[in-house]
Design a protein around this ligand. Structure first.
Ligand code: RB5
Length: 158
C-alpha cells in the first residue's frame, strides 16, 4: 500500500486524526507530520512539510486538513511538483486524480464532516490518473514550475 503523508493545522487536527485512523485500518502506511494538538499553528508550515515529503518520495500522496482546505491547497501548490486539489465532494476528488494527477488532497474540516471526508479520501486514493490527453495538460502544469520558478530569467522583475 502506498505511504500517505498527513498534515493539518489546529482547525484540521481532529479530522486529521480521524483520517489517520481510517488509513491505518485500511492498510496504508502513514507519515503524520503534525500538528498534534488543537493549539494554534500556521497551516503553510504543514503544507510545506507534506509537499516536501511527497516530492522527496517519502510518501506517494499527501493529505492536508485546515479549516477550509483553501490555505493548505494554496501553500502546497507553491512546492514545485505538487498538484494539490481542494475537494469537498467525491466527484471533484476523483476528477482531481483522473484528469489532474493530483498528488495532494486538501480538505476543510469546517466544511466537510468526518464521513464525507472519508468518502472523499477513499475515492481519491482509489482513483488513477487517466493519462492520454490529460497527460499533455498536466505536463503544461509541470512546465509552469520550470518557467516561473526562481531560476526563471524574469524572476527578478516579478
Ligand atoms: C485557521 O483559522 C484557518 O484560517 C485555517 O485553518 C484555514 O482554513 C486556512 O485556509
Amino acid at each position: 500500500m502506498p505511504v500517505v503523508a498527513l498534515g493539518a493545522d489546529h482547525a484540521g487536527f481532529p479530522l486529521k486524526e480521524d483520517l489517520k485512523g481510517w488509513l491505518i485500518a485500511h492498510g496504508y502506511d502513514v507519515v503524520d507530520l503534525g500538528t498534534q494538538s488543537a493549539e494554534a499553528v500556521d497551516y503553510p508550515d504543514y503544507a510545506a512539510a507534506v509537499g516536501g515529503a511527497v516530492i522527496a518520495g517519502k510518501a506517494a500522496r499527501g493529505v492536508l486538513v485546515c479549516g477550509t482546505g483553501i490555505g493548505m491547497a494554496m501553500a502546497a501548490n507553491k512546492v514545485p511538483g505538487i498538484r494539490a486539489a481542494g475537494c469537498s465532494d467525491a466527484y471533484t476528488a476523483r476528477m482531481s486524480r483522473e484528469h489532474n494527477d493530483a498528488n495532494v488532497l486538501a480538505l476543510g474540516a469546517r466544511i466537510t464532516g468526518r464521513d464525507a471526508a472519508i468518502e472523499i479520501l477513499a475515492t481519491w486514493l482509489a482513483a488513477e490518473f487517466a493519462g492520454g490527453r490529460h497527460a499533455r495538460r498536466v505536463e503544461k502544469i509541470v512546465e509552469l514550475d520550470r518557467v516561473r520558478g526562481p531560476e526563471s530569467p524574469d524572476a527578478e522583475t516579478r
